[in-house]
Design a protein around this ligand. Structure first.
Ligand SMILES: [Cu+2]
Length: 656
């Protein structure tokens, strides 16, 4: 017995430091022998889940398979994409228009998949642009960005883009408070003058189209993350706050003074009703609304000029503050809708609030003062329980649907599994290293698929072959189907993955689009057969109506172009076969290539600067004769008498 007592501390030490001593070697040495089998997806086989992982500062959303960790696609959302010409071709440039002009780069943070009755329905994925506040909707049949709406009266669009359980709203809120409306004023007058907003963006049930239904004018705190109520708490939305001190400088000290910040509980159904009855004030606000049309293959950008602003004091009983220690980050609601987990980054314990206790406390008016007219509920009256000494630096919690929660701890670099209701820690596993968010497919819904957990780590260090000073960020896959979590796989990620959403592959595979039908192509410059290809001059603008099909362009020889012309290549891919895109590249053009899907039309502009005969070619290897897929443009001096002419089917035709 004595020996065991003496040995135990040593064993613990060995366990604790065992992983560190393996640095540089295969830390997978601790893995069980059958781990490889669990992530191995044989050639030709498909993964069980999709994972949509945000690209952070890359402004994109990447699509992976689980359990293999294979990368399938990078979906361009808020940033130019040189692989797919998003934001380079004329059709998608309007997608990146904002009230600040063309903003071709953003910081994409939190994807969320649409839901019906609280369960993932796989129709759309939403994601926020954090820097120049925007929300995007990605169509999960095409895996393309279908719509982007800018959020006015916002800065640091961080507690976004989370959706209610019938996708009634996608919700966005401000991390940075600002003067609303914006004006020139001293920063030192921040306190009580700067404000935050919460935006409720309605989503059309059929089309998915977004529209800002209302904005809530909130106290000047930092709103960090948010999640909707579900099931019994459907109709409410919860937001974490920090900097309730309203500091405007040295926040690392000045925003950590209060023992407790808040979770704001918003009864959006009540506010919706108020707005539907004419409540709220229409205020001037300039913001862009950009929509891509699958038939014209073209995006339009509309600048809108007002929003409905609601002052919470005008809707009593709609918003309450739940005191939550200490600078909480994650704000997560369990599948039953009863528990609201607030992860206080600087707190020793993990705080869990109870929705039913909250309702009782509201009814009994158990208030502890108010902040800017919003009642603060008594901490003890809303508390469901605390997870004691769970780890250091809790950030984000998701759920497995089997009564357990999984929380990431940034400082102690681990994922901790604990039981809802008893609050006991039942398992913990290290992450490599410093995990931010985690994802369980469906973990933010009534019906999680509690088989895998993906940890998104901020630091990679020695996990991969070195690639200079910068190493890719990393995700790690854990099997959570048993009592104990099991680390299965490391895989590198694109950009900085802030957050992810996942769903069973079966939800998306059947409706994944294969081609765009040519007969549905309503692009202004589309042609549906080669015989319609033509070149039309209008002043110094030349429009080339071009087609591509294995393995040639029509026309492939063009003459009569002059230096100083603005030449529009409108290129239609006539293929009607799955997975046969073509590309086009023209020497000296600002856009090196367009990648055009079967049935789709895209446009680039070429402004020839030099006399000569200049080639163009297909950039996407499309057939055995791909290298033959090429053509020439003859450029004559400005004012030359060489008429427009072009070849169709090898014959020369004169143009107009
Ligand atoms: Cu080709």
């Amino acid at each position: 017995m004595k020996t065991i007592k003496i040995l135990l501390p040593f064993l613990t030490l060995i366990l604790l430091f065992g992983s560190c001593s393996k640095k540089g070697k295969k830390s997978g040495g601790a893995l069980a022998g059958d781990v490889a089998e669990k992530v191995y997806v044989a050639p030709g086989e498909h993964d069980e889940f999709y994972a949509f992982i945000s690209g952070g500062f890359s402004g994109q959303l990447s699509v992976y398979g689980l359990p293999s960790g294979r990368l399938f696609k990078v979906i361009p959302v808020f940033s130019l994409d040189a692989e797919k010409a998003y934001g380079f071709n004329e059709e998608t440039k309007p997608m990146l228009n904002t009230s600040f002009g063309f903003v071709p780069w953003d910081d994409a943070h939190h994807p969320d998949i649409s839901q019906t009755n609280g369960e993932l329905d796989g129709r759309w994925c939403f994601i926020n642009g954090n820097n120049t506040p925007r929300i995007a909707r990605i169509d999960l049949s095409t895996f393309e960005t279908a719509e982007i709406i800018e959020i006015p009266n916002s800065a640091g669009n961080h507690s976004s883009s989370f959706i209610t359980e019938n996708t009634e709203y996608v919700v966005a809120s401000t991390r940075f408070s600002i003067p609303i409306p914006q004006k020139d004023m001293p920063i030192s007058e921040y306190k009580s003058n700067f404000k935050g907003t919460m935006s409720f963006i309605s989503v059309d049930k059929e089309t998915g189209n977004m529209d800002i239904k209302f904005q809530l004018l909130m106290p000047g705190f930092d709103y960090d993350l948010s999640h909707p109520g579900r099931d019994k708490s459907h109709g409410w939305f919860f937001f974490t706050t920090y900097n309730t001190e309203e500091a405007n400088s040295l926040l690392e000290v000045n925003a950590s003074q209060n023992d407790k910040d808040f979770i704001a509980a918003v009864n959006w159904k009540k506010i919706e009703e108020y707005v539907n009855n004419g409540g709220g004030k229409k205020v001037a606000a300039k913001y862009a609304h950009n929509v891509y049309n699958d038939h014209t293959h073209t995006a339009t950008s509309t600048i809108k000029d007002q929003v409905v602003m609601v002052d919470p004091r005008d809707v009593p009983g709609a918003i309450f503050f739940l005191p939550t220690p200490k600078s909480p980050h994650g704000c997560d609601v369990d599948p039953s809708g009863e528990y609201i987990v607030g992860s206080g980054k600087l707190a020793a314990e993990l705080t869990v609030h109870s929705f039913s206790k909250m309702l009782k406390a509201i009814e009994g008016k158990k208030f502890d003062g108010e902040a800017y007219g919003i009642p603060i509920l008594k901490y003890d009256e809303v508390l469901a329980g605390v997870v004691k000494q769970p780890g250091l630096g809790p950030l984000h919690t998701e759920f497995d649907g089997k009564g357990y929660a999984y929380t990431t701890f940034f400082i102690s670099s681990e994922v901790v599994k604990w039981k809802l209701g008893t609050w006991e820690v039942v398992d913990r596993k290290p992450t490599y290293y410093s995990v931010g968010h985690l994802m369980i497919p469906g973990g933010n819904s009534r019906k999680p698929f509690g088989k895998y957990l993906v940890a998104m780590n901020k630091i990679t260090k020695d996990r991969y072959l070195p690639t200079g000073p910068e190493v890719n960020q990393s995700a790690q896959l854990y099997d959570i189907s048993g009592d104990k979590m099991e680390l299965l796989l490391d895989f590198p990620t694109i950009g900085e993955p802030h957050y992810a959403a996942g769903c069973p592959a079966s939800l998306l595979t059947d409706k994944s689009k294969k081609i765009y039908k040519l007969e549905d192509n309503k692009h202004k410059y589309a042609i549906t057969k080669e015989a319609d290809a033509k070149v039309v001059r209008s002043g110094n603008e030349v429009h080339i109506y071009m087609s591509m099909i294995r393995s040639h362009f029509a026309p492939d020889n063009i003459e009569g172009i002059q230096v100083g012309d603005k030449v529009y290549f409108h290129v239609t891919n006539l293929e009607q076969d799955y997975d046969v895109p073509h590309g086009i590249s023209m020497i000296g053009a600002n856009t090196s290539e367009l990648l055009i899907m079967p049935g789709q039309t895209e446009t680039f502009i070429w402004e020839p600067k030099q006399v000569g005969v200049w080639p163009f070619y297909c950039t996407d290897f499309c057939s055995a004769l791909h290298q033959e897929m090429q053509g020439y443009v003859r450029v004559s001096p400005k004012g030359s008498s060489t008429p427009i002419s072009y070849t169709l089917d090898g014959e020369s035709t004169s143009g107009k």
